[in-house]
Design a protein around this ligand. Structure first.
Ligand code: FAD
Length: 402
């Protein structure tokens, strides 16, 4: 250990959403904070988030909007720091925002405003932001302090906050540092996997890819193999050149595991009791392939209706056969062969196992002074601003304990 190690109360690793927020709040509480980031710029994901407008929170935030092996873990942090708290900060900086849909709050202009706000908050807390800090290594000094060495020098701190995120979008600088450190200090990991990610169809279902660009409202849900189905998502589905995407699929993808089907109701907007094929049940109605296609065309985009009329045709024209075709269209199973991976995943599900963390402050149960926050932890939000809300909330829970 070098005698030139710089001394801090807290070193935060990763200047993303959670790291910036934690460093700012801890700094404003009078802690001497260094924030180490291996990229040359902070907050890369904030800048590209929400299509460049950062969906920074969701007013309908609640624990049921998150996946975790322990669904109760996030409750305490989410209750401590709620969407209105972040909104107060946004308003204090006079950042114009709007609600787009389903409680999702976006900047009117650019995500840059959120990053600038967090950097200004760090400045208010006299946080030392150290960029291009590569090859971070951690060990424990004889005093019990954390000793951090990296390309930017050596640091000593009473507390170490790991906010280096998950594995999604490696080209923006995502690494597995949080998982490596968890392993080093004896914390368990729930296997990380891509979430909020497009799904890929195999050769048997490759014909769907000819519908690339077709979008339709569906109800979609998925089940991990052998587990109960995840929640239903009624939003748009988009056919792509590799498979399925769009908000409904991204949402369901977080619950999908290899080998399980992805189920879709092609007519989620029909009032209860009404059938997609109702016209074919009318007295004297024509019952043949053309009538079937026309019934589908009345409710669905034409290219999709035409494809379904080929692949979902009833096995005859009796009431029972039509009922069975109707059920098939309301519970259509796709069999994805994979996801588009961490390169395309908006978030990483899994991560630091919450059994090894204190839910009130994110501190490792067996390593006093070591904290994990944000996406690195096994708490993954639905699409729509929930992942940032978790980043803010977990960061504040930790910062107030430092
Ligand atoms: C394209 C895209 C759009 C998104 N849009 C939204 C949205 O609109 N709303 C929403 O709620 N969520 C959105 N998300 C998800 C959201 O960005 C993340 O959940 C959130 O940024 C997680 O915050 P974090 O601080 O835990 O991790 P990150 O923001 O990923 O920050 C981690 C930081 O650690 C740094 N780091 C990583 N490894 C190392 C290392 N070895 N050494 C030093 N530093 C390291 C990284 O460079 C990064 O700066 C989006 C994600 C993507 C990819």
């Amino acid at each position: 250990m070098s005698p030139t190690s710089r001394l801090y109360d807290v070193v935060v690793l990763g200047a993303g959403a959670a790291g910036l927020m934690c460093a700012a709040v801890a700094g404003q509480r009078g802690r001497r904070v260094a924030l180490l980031e291996h990229n040359a710029q902070p907050g890369s994901k904030i800048l590209i988030s929400g299509g460049g407008r950062c969906n920074f929170t969701n007013i309908h935030c609640g624990p049921d909007r998150f996946l975790s092996a322990n669904p109760h873990f996030a409750k305490s942090a989410l209750a401590l720091y709620q969407p209105q708290h972040f909104l107060e900060l946004v308003d204090r900086y006079r950042i114009p925002w709007h609600e787009k849909t389903l409680g999702q709050l976006f900047c009117d202009h650019s995500s840059r405003a959120i990053l600038d706000m967090l950097l200004a908050e760090c400045e208010r807390g006299s946080v030392e932001l150290i960029l291009s800090a590569r090859n971070i290594q951690i060990d424990r000094a004889s005093t019990g302090d954390f000793h951090i060495s990296c390309s930017q020098g050596e640091f000593l701190a009473n507390a170490l906050v790991v906010a280096t995120g998950g594995l999604s979008i490696p080209k923006l600088g995502a690494t597995g540092l949080a998982y490596d450190l968890a392993g080093q200090f004896g914390l368990r990991i729930i296997e990380p996997h891509p979430a909020l990610v497009p799904l890929v169809l195999g050769a048997d279902e490759a014909h769907w890819t000819s519908l690339t660009g077709v979008s339709t409202e569906v109800d979609a849900w998925a089940a991990s193999n052998g587990k109960k189905p995840g929640p239903h998502f009624r939003e748009k589905m988009l056919f792509t050149h590799r498979g399925l995407s769009g908000p409904a699929i991204l949402q369901a993808s977080s619950y999908w595991r290899p080998g399980a089907p992805l189920t879709v109701d092609f007519a989620p907007t029909l009032p209860a009791g009404q059938r997609l094929l109702d016209s074919m049940f009318q007295p004297q109605a024509r019952r043949d392939a053309i009538a079937f296609r026309n019934a589908l065309r009345a409710a669905l985009p034409q290219r999709l209706a035409d494809r379904l009329s080929e692949v979902a045709q009833p096995e005859g024209w009796t009431n029972a056969a039509l009922e069975s075709a109707e059920r098939g269209l309301r519970h259509w199973e796709f069999h994805p062969v994979g996801t588009e991976g961490f390169e395309k995943a908006e978030v990483t599900a899994g991560g630091i196992d919450t059994v090894d963390l204190n839910a009130r402050n994110m501190e490792a149960r067996n390593v006093p002074g070591l904290f994990f926050i944000g996406e690195a932890v096994d708490v993954t939000g639905h699409l729509g601003g929930f992942n940032f809300q978790w980043a803010w909330a977990s960061a504040v829970a930790t910062a107030r304990a430092l």
